[in-house]
Write a protein that binds this ligand. Structure first.
Ligand code: S3P
Length: 172
């Protein structure tokens, strides 16, 4: 693990429930790079939970906080940046992440995702309709975007996702 030539920041992106946080923590441990969770950064900045931000101020306000946070975070280098699932929907955010390093996309089938998120209540985007069909249609809408901004893609349907991800980073 000392031979992995990581450059700049590594941004982990992908749909909710792909395991961005898990993969980021593992990569951080393996590489010794600092891990930054964008949602956690926003929560600290706003002194409110993500759900509260959506409830009180709406999605647009959250998205503005997200861009502001990404900008601040990307000022530092050599970090694993664990992004929220919607972080790359804006061109501006993609530019910030691309300019600061490498974008790694985690992918999984809607079934895998649904299984991972179905019992959770902290995601405003899914809260009003927690069903496989809603997950599927949202994923279909977002998938082309995720695919087009990613430098590296890692399928995480199986459990060896952390090693796979690390292997792929080492091939950069
Ligand atoms: C969102 C994903 C969430 C969080 C917010 C919006 C999205 O992050 O940023 O609820 O639009 O996909 P996770 O992907 O970590 O759940």
């Amino acid at each position: 693990n000392k031979h992995c030539p990581l450059q700049g920041n590594i941004a982990i992106i992908g749909f909710m429930g792909t395991g961005k946080t898990t993969v980021s923590s593992a990569l951080s441990k393996i590489t010794g790079l600092k891990e930054i969770d964008v949602d956690a950064y926003i929560v600290e900045k706003a002194k409110m939970s993500i759900s509260e931000i959506f409830e009180k101020y709406g999605e647009e306000y959250f998205r503005n906080l997200e861009t502001e946070s990404l900008r601040e975070i990307a000022n530092n280098k050599n970090q694993i940046i664990s992004c929220g699932g919607g972080a790359v929907l804006k061109d501006e955010n993609v530019d910030i992440l691309k300019n600061s390093g490498t974008i790694v996309l985690l992918t999984a089938t809607p079934e895998t995702i649904f299984d991972r998120v179905k019992d959770h209540t902290h995601r405003p985007i899914l809260n009003n309709d927690m069903s496989l069909s809603h997950v599927k249609s949202l994923m279909e809408k977002r998938e082309p975007r995720y695919q087009s901004v990613a430098d590296i893609k890692v399928n995480v349907d199986s459990n060896d996702r952390i090693l796979t991800c690390y292997d792929m980073l080492c091939k950069l």
